[in-house]
Design a protein around this ligand. Sequence first.
Ligand code: AMP
Length: 553
Amino acid sequence: MTRILGIDLGTTNSCVAVLDEKGQPKTLAAPDGERTTPSWVAWAPNQEVTVGTRARRQAVTNASATVHGAKRLIGRKVNADDVAHFAKLAPFRIVAAPNGDAWVRIHGQPVSPQEVAAHILRQLRSIAESALGEPVTRAVVTVPAYFDDAQRQATRDAGMIAGLDVVRILNEPTAAALAYGAHRTGAGRRIIAVFDLGGGTFDISIMSVENGIFEVLATGGDSALGGEDWDRAMLERIVDDVFDQYRVDLTQVPMALSRLREACEQAKKTLSVDRETTLQLPFLANDQHGAPINYERTITRDEVEQLTKGLLERVTAPCERALADAGLDASDIEEVLLVGGMTRWPAVQDRVEQIFAKKPSKGANPDEVVALGAAAYAGILAGEADDAALLDVTPHDIGIKVGDTGFSVIIPRNSMLPVRARKLFATSATDQKFVSIELYQGESSDVTKNRKLGQVVLDDLPAGPPGSVRVELVITVDVESIVGVTAKELKSGKETSITIRPSGGLSQREIVEIINRRRNEHSVANYLPSDGGNVVRVTTREQAAVKPPRDDS
Ligand code: AMP
């Protein structure tokens, strides 16, 4: 039987797992023994690519060609607020692709985040193939529950570029709940919270589990909050210390900063167990007289807690909002599952206990639990493990543009999937030839602040006075959060043509080009999509005549 990998493609770290012979999920270690791979990719001037720890280590000398956090860019527009914020801080250049997507520029060449992610996926695939001693071509890949369809599709495209058939995109909290065995405990409907604080992002999901059915009831979080912020707070403190003692500004010494960042992260990990540790950094930099600074300092957990009080504060509001969105309060939550390395920090665990008024579960390794859940789900798909159905919700409002800037919601956020909604339109002009409907998703009543999904143009309308021709719009979102759109002219009942103009993503041609560049690595022709492989998928379930998406890149 061919194996299906479970892959957690993370913002800071990624992880791969499979089911073992006994049907238990297990993570697979790289040859260096590490079970997680930093989601870092670097290009040498000769275009040689390195991935993972090696890429992160060389970042200080090759910052502009070392990409991390590509997950923040995948399937996103360059002008999105948080992308622009990330671009300001990133040491590599983030540029606009011709269609407005956020790409990176490496040694003068534009590279899509899908391609960056594909390098990580290829590395994970190779770790799995070495560990298993056999080729693997299929995977379940996890994404945050709030990823929209463009981000999900872009993640699939990354898999395809890496020679992987992504058989399912799975929500991370669902994967975590599966790994914790939340579906096996007790009878009846249980409400759980999945609290995921990783290196760069914070996600909270409220889920229900009943008879092996998982349902994401609400999601929330802070995409700019994670363990790296704790490291940075410590680093800034040390930079100030060094300046006070030696009048040397370490922010101007990249090599020292990089060493300091690693030392702070390590100290933070130690302090999650011990109350005190020593930072030792010999030859950190030179003082004003050229003498080496051999930096040594004791740091306590209390001190770090003081420095990071404001960061901890920021986890509360998203939890409260997610509970409110789910129509629940903390006392309804039966269990809180911890995900993400930063949940090992005691103050984070205390805060979780305070928010939900119960001790969180710590039974699983928070760095690996999402990959383990993905492997468990892969086992379900392959028929190797017990059955469990998965129900999810739409992470954002989906609706249409009204007037210049209005947004009319058709499918509200947190609607259970699959979902189908219908809206009727009437023509507003005499002999109107066509209607053009622009689809958006997001939470703002100002449509320009939301994300455009695509445009449906229904033409060849019959002639008649205003209001005489009625058009039915049907929007569906399937269990994988893929959006389908159908428009139908009701008076004649005739089949009509629909044009979807994708607003971004890689076109099939671009994917083929990237794959061809790497043809000597793996042949992946079998995995090319039969449709346009583009952002908005249109199902044929509504019997619409669907033109393939226009390749507008
Ligand atoms: P993840 O994205 O889930 O891999 O989480 C990575 C984050 O977890 C990084 O910021 C790590 O520094 C942090 N982390 C990992 N282990 C620990 C630990 N023992 N104590 C505190 N933070 C940790």
